[in-house]
Write a protein that binds this ligand. Sequence first.
Ligand SMILES: [Zn+2]
Length: 347
Amino acid sequence: METKQLVHEIKQRIDLVDYVSREVNLQRSGKSLRGHCPHPNHRDTNPSFVVGPNRHGDLVASCFGCGKTSMDIIGYVQWRHNIDFSEAISLLANELGLEYEPAHPADTHSLLADIVSLGRQILRKSPTAMVYLTQKRCLSASVIEQAQLGFIDDGYAVVKSLRELGYSWRDLETVGFVSKQSRRCRFVNRILIPVWSQAGISAIAGRQLIDDGKYVRYLYTETQVPPVYSVGAWPSQKPLLLVEGLMDLLSAQTLGAKHSLALTSASTANHPALDDILQQYPFIYCLLHEDQAGEQALAALRARYPDRIVPVHLPLGYADLNDALAAGKDRQWLKTLLRGARTAQAS
Ligand SMILES: [Zn+2]
């Protein structure tokens, strides 16, 4: 049986009060039941162990002496016997006479998709992150939706949800979602940006919500980050707008350039895999950062694809496309900019 289904069965069929009552003499106390803590490390003289409904109405166990709260049946068994999630599942499955095969390595694509989906749910409930995206970065709500942007505030909760979906610690470590030493989520307080290759979501980037100068602004899952990518589904063979970096790609989309791709960074302009991809587009507007690395990348691309590349430059004062968007530039402005670049190229 699959872990997800098994967790459901266990929660449905094993009553927390019955289970706890095997070793704790529970006495009614208001809406809850109270007794002495069963944990071997806690010599509980004053009954500080409680089973009662949480704010969602689900029964949970807590010991205020141990500082361990809101345990469901699986959490309780883990804590009580000091075992990990899959050992607890295995023990409880055994009680129900169910077969449990320990998890095999998860498919990376589905793990990334599940992280994206959890992140999206959190973003919708995180006003600070939404304000950052819509007001500081000026991205449109529809681009945020199409690009499937997300956010992580409480790393523990997200890791718990992923574990409940059946992913093992090893799965989470392999894609670099948690760190190997501490098993802490690496993406806390970061905007999640799914990075698409032609095959689908192949990595997730985490953008710091607040630049703290201490950690990197962007970090990625330890999966394949393609040299050129899209946000949302891959564009078809229309005139393409090629930009640099995730935020400029999201900005291009907000400015109406649906057929756009981004170089991971200026240095990927020389990546050999670019040939296969860029060959699909007969006509490529190329709008990179207005800095030395961007200039060099543009020159390299023009040298390699002389007939295809139309260089586009931002007006003076804008370092990148998101700067222009944040300064109030609109779709019409980008259209005019591209048209101008094409005319300049032709003459
Ligand atoms: Zn206790």
